[in-house]
Design a protein around this ligand. Structure first.
Ligand code: SIN
Ligand code: FE2
Length: 215
């Protein structure tokens, strides 16, 4: 390993979750203000809503999107849709601060030239959770998934390519970024029920931005 130079940023919590999957601790922290302002502008036009699964269950996580297309779920299935079905208009554009952050994080995790066309924005309130799943509604599995955590801490589950594979729990805090692609692109992952708490900037919620290249 090369020697460290003055100015290198080393975070002891950076960790490889699996080959192709990296936790970049605090990577988004310097942009917290700009990211939160951008989320607020997006939700003014495309408010958070609780989607229903094809099986008819109301999701505990509230969602919205920005970008060319947005991820939606309803009785007919999951899809990426250029139109917000609540407002009947296109999703808000992806802000430059989002796209730049996602590309820089992907590059640091080993995925050059990541250009996401969708950003799913998840809002967890205490008790909200996301069951173990794969992100597989995209047409392009060559591009990674980049996930940015803001607000209250969460316990993230990261497993293997089979639902029954052992999962490892990671604590994700405000500013953490996780990127997974290559051999980990279809890894199962999920979020445990959010614990009560109060974050100085975001109150009693966790906001997660998940960047995808859908085609
Ligand atoms: C997701 O899998 O879409 C979200 C993951 C997270 O909230 O950390
Ligand atoms: Fe996911």
């Amino acid at each position: 390993m090369r020697d460290l130079f003055d100015g290198d940023i080393v975070d002891q919590r950076d960790v490889q979750l699996a080959p192709g999957a990296m936790l970049l601790a605090g990577f988004a922290r310097p942009l917290e203000g700009a990211l939160i302002d951008a989320v607020n502008a997006i939700i003014a036009r495309a408010p958070f809503r609780h989607l229903f699964t094809p099986g008819g269950h109301r999701m505990s996580v509230a969602m919205t999107n920005c970008g060319r297309v947005g991820w939606v779920s309803d009785r007919t299935g999951y899809r990426y849709d250029p139109i917000d079905p609540v407002g009947g208009h296109p999703w808000p554009q992806m802000p430059a601060v989002f796209a730049d952050l996602a590309a820089r994080a992907a590059a640091k995790a080993g995925f050059a030239d990541f250009r996401p066309d969708a950003c799913l924005i998840n809002r967890y309130e205490p008790g909200a959770k996301l069951s173990l799943h794969q992100d597989k509604d995209e047409l392009d599995f060559n591009a990674p998934i980049v996930s940015v955590s803001l607000g209250l801490p969460a316990t993230f589950l990261f497993g293997g390519l089979n639902r029954s594979d052992k999962t490892v729990r990671y604590r994700l805090i405000h500013g953490d970024v996780v990127a997974w692609g290559g051999p980990a692109r279809l890894a199962y992952h999920g979020v445990m029920p959010l614990a009560e708490g109060e974050h100085p900037l975001l109150g009693s919620q966790r906001i997660n931005l998940t960047f995808r290249k859908t085609r």
